[in-house]
Design a protein around this ligand. Structure first.
Ligand SMILES: Nc1ncnc2c1ncn2[C@@H]1O[C@H](COP(=O)(O)OP(=O)(O)OP(=O)(O)O)[C@@H](O)[C@H]1O
Ligand SMILES: [Mg+2]
Length: 511
């Protein structure tokens, strides 16, 4: 049939030890959003990298508008009208937003680059997308969600007919996601094709017209979105039925305060202020809020990564300071950061070493200080099995794992670290539904042993499904604490936007 914008047929690609793609086919119509889903390591990003000219497939054909093409490099891809929002952000840290978006294709006014015009163009592009990012900020000073915004703006700026979005909303919050969806609707109406990869299945039903499921490097099938349900999709992805998306909460008595924060106030006057809360033994305390709510800053301060101006911390009734991460770890704290590439994985080390960096002490033989390699391998293997980490083996370099599998290793690291207060910032970002459930199960297990968890989550189902209580923040202030059993999305959103009139003012000023 001649009515496809893109036809990929029988595409295969192997890496040492893995067949990442095994005769995959994908057909995308013009003017549609085509979702591509599958478990971590299923081959989604690899397929898209082959289409975008980053990898060379071992076999297979690509047709665009009915014509055979070969795509040896990304320039050819762009030339063919394909652009890509990458799953792993890769900004040039010491360049500003303008440079990061337009690198290599600057407008000149005769001989020199017309910086003012470029700046104006960038500002227009970003504000058209409703992203609040200053074009002159260096990439290294941007937050993860701002970096994602820049990446989206860049992909849009190519004016491509096929736009690949590999987990574009992983760091965006609800409002930003809504903006992006509006934009996707416009792109679609202009006749463009969007290939949309996401682990947030609710999103797929909101915006996709068709969906293709991959499993173990193969295509399982393609459907028009109205012909399949969310449970049907999960079944196709994981190859079995999943009755529940969250493990049961046994609701054990939670009456012992393990951590108490009083008037916690950042040294940065634009950050969080006067935050007071209690964390109970056996509890999962969720923190909800929009970007800019300063949730990450708050937990980083709890962990000794940021200075506070005032406030007091008590653990089991005794004052503690947590002036440095080292001190915090000594007090039994652990922190899983939200940006796995910048502050999480150690790319040149193996999966095993990445998982054990915080737990080596536990496995050192007493008195002599000798590490016993055998004892190290077992816990890593067990953890990888229970989290279903897809890899050739624990000695594999972590940077060669798929994005979601890297995240699982990081979660495993903290689960092995033996801490009492586990702080998780977006723990299941980019993790597939099956593995999410495994992570949730381990979280429940840890709190039932008398530990406590503080979890930042921007995924509403996760926040509502996992938290015993939900603490909501807006613009650096605590706006309310909800009971997880009864709270609804509307309750959380109301508290998360409590001061939003002020936000609109500042939006006006930016224009
Ligand atoms: N450069 C590489 N070297 C070795 N193996 C690789 C490389 N890139 C990908 N792989 C392997 O190919 C397989 C598919 O990975 P891919 O990144 O395509 O998965 P994915 O479906 O995008 O998963 P996720 O949802 O976690 O992003 C994985 O087993 C991965 O470890
Ligand atoms: Mg991927």
């Amino acid at each position: 049939m001649g009515n496809y914008r893109l036809e990929i047929e029988n595409m295969s690609k192997s890496f040492p030890g893995v067949k990442a793609l095994d005769k995959v086919s994908l057909f995308v119509r013009p003017g549609t959003v085509h979702a591509l889903i599958g478990e971590n390591g299923a081959g989604k990003s690899t397929l898209m990298k082959c289409l975008f000219g980053l990898y060379q497939p071992d076999e297979g054909s690509i047709k665009i508008n009915g014509r055979d093409v070969t795509i040896p490099d990304t320039n050819t891809a762009l030339h063919q009208g394909i652009s890509m929002i990458h799953q792993e952000l890769n900004p040039i840290p010491y360049r500003n937003v303008v440079d990061n978006i337009w690198a290599g294709r600057f407008e000149t006014n005769g001989i020199v680059v017309d910086e003012k015009a470029m700046r104006e163009k960038t500002r227009k592009l970003l504000s058209g997308l409703d992203f609040q990012v200053d074009p002159l900020t260096l990439a290294k000073d941007l937050s993860v969600s701002q970096l994602q915004a820049v990446e989206i703006a860049k992909a849009i700026s190519y004016d491509a007919g096929i736009i690949i979005m590999d987990e574009p909303t992983s760091s965006l919050t609800i409002a930003e996601t809504e903006h992006l969806f509006k934009l996707i609707g416009n792109l679609k109406n202009e006749g463009r094709s969007i290939i949309y990869i996401s682990h947030k299945l609710e999103e797929i039903f909101e915006i996709a017209d068709a969906v293709t499921v991959m499993r173990d490097g193969k295509t399982v099938g393609s459907w028009d979105i109205q012909d399949i349900s969310i449970d049907g999709l999960i079944h196709q992805m994981v190859g079995r039925d999943m009755k529940e998306r969250f493990p049961p909460n046994e609701n054990l008595a939670k009456d012992t305060v393990i951590l108490k924060a009083e008037n916690f106030t950042s040294a940065d006057p634009h950050s969080f202020q006067s935050i007071s809360f209690e964390l109970f033994k056996g509890e999962i305390l969720g923190i909800g809020g929009l970007v800019g709510a300063k949730r990450t800053e708050l937990i980083e301060a709890l962990f000794g990564l940021r200075k506070i101006a005032s406030g007091r911390l008590e653990m089991n009734g005794v004052e503690i300071k947590n002036r440095t991460p080292c001190e915090a770890i000594g007090n039994g704290f652990a922190l899983l950061t939200e940006e796995r590439r910048a502050t999480g994985i150690i790319p040149m080390l193996s999966v095993k070493d990445n998982m054990l960096v915080n737990a080596y002490k536990k496995y050192v033989k007493n008195f002599v200080g000798v590490i016993q390699p055998k004892k190290l391998t077992r816990p890593v293997e067990d953890m990888c099995r229970s989290l279903n980490v897809r890899m050739a083996g624990p000695e594999m370099l972590i940077r060669n794992l798929s994005g979601g599998n890297q995240q699982k290793v990081l979660v495993g690291r903290w689960l092995l670290a033996d801490s009492n207060i586990l702080i998780l910032d977006e723990p299941t970002r980019g993790v597939d539904v099956g593995a999410k459930y495994e992570i949730y199960k381990i979280m429940r297990e840890l709190v039932s042993q008398g530990n406590a968890i503080i979890m930042i989550s921007s995924e509403m189902p996760e926040l509502l499904g996992m938290s015993d209580r939900i603490m909501v923040m807006c613009e650096g202030r605590l706006t309310g604490i909800l009971d997880g059993k009864t709270a609804t999305q509307v309750d959380v959103m109301r508290l998360a936007t409590k001061f939003s009139s002020k936000k609109e003012d500042s939006l006006e000023k930016d224009k």
